[in-house]
Design a protein around this ligand. Structure first.
Ligand code: IMP
Length: 229
């Protein structure tokens, strides 16, 4: 008579051989660490990648180091973060960095987008960081007609020790006044080309269809889905 263990093994084998979808699913399920402490970004990327991949935040893998991010380009920062995590965890991983690049300001704030007002000590008391950043940006562009700008996201993936870079861009213009209350960062002053509303006036779904970040993530997803086992 079969033991319970033998029965269980036979049942599992039958399941895998007779339901090919499950076999492919388990064979292709790939785990990747996203070198970020931002759980919201992890959920966003997991949604694009689907369940063939398991994206784990640094928190999930118990990694609490403050990761250095002091290079002068988005590519440099993304690569620095991915390398830092790969060297310490030895797990396939990726990191991202984003900036707003304004043509009339020679690409500023660029890699300094998050700290644009802070680096010149222009944050007023009681003001939020994004508000201070936008105030500084609008001041820099006062009287300037050339308002072209773009958001750029760079993702660096390290898989089996090799680095791959993906980029997503959305072009637009910088308004002279804030419009809309949604989104985050510079969204209220960014009007994407071909749209009659700012990122801050769009639903998350609308923004995600055209955003720099989702464009970069889709390229990453495409690469991973075609990556050899
Ligand atoms: P991060 O690399 O994603 O942390 O982005 C750096 C900075 O760029 C943020 O702190 C924001 O100021 C700005 N930023 C990034 N993505 C967006 C966006 O989708 N809308 C508006 N601002 C953004």
């Amino acid at each position: 008579k079969d033991t319970f263990a033998a029965k269980t093994i036979r049942l599992l084998c039958g399941f895998f051989f007779h339901v090919p979808g499950c076999w492919i699913y388990f064979r292709r399920m790939k785990e990747l660490v996203f070198a970020t402490h931002n759980e919201h970004k992890v959920l966003e990327i997991q949604a694009v990648l689907g369940d063939e991949f398991r994206i784990m935040s640094l928190h999930k893998v118990g990694f609490s180091d403050e990761i250095p991010e002091d290079r002068h380009t988005l590519e440099g920062n993304a690569s620095q973060k991915a390398e830092y995590v790969y060297e310490r965890l030895g797990m396939d991983c990726f990191a991202d960095d984003t900036g707003l690049e304004v043509a009339a300001l020679d690409g500023a704030p660029g890699v300094f987008s998050a700290r644009y007002a802070e680096i010149s000590n222009e944050v007023k008391q009681g003001e939020t960081i994004p508000d201070a950043n936008m105030r500084k940006l609008l001041k820099q562009l006062e009287g300037i007609h050339e308002r072209r700008a773009l958001f750029r996201t760079v993702i660096v993936l390290i898989i089996s020790g090799k680095q791959y870079t993906f980029e997503g861009v959305v072009e637009g213009t910088i308004l002279s006044l804030k419009k809309g209350t949604g989104g985050f960062g510079y969204d209220p002053v960014f009007l994407p080309n071909g749209y009659g509303k700012t990122f801050a006036e769009m639903s998350l779904k609308e923004k995600n269809k055209i955003s720099h970040r989702s464009r970069a993530v889709l390229k990453l997803a495409d690469f991973l889905k075609n990556y050899p086992e």
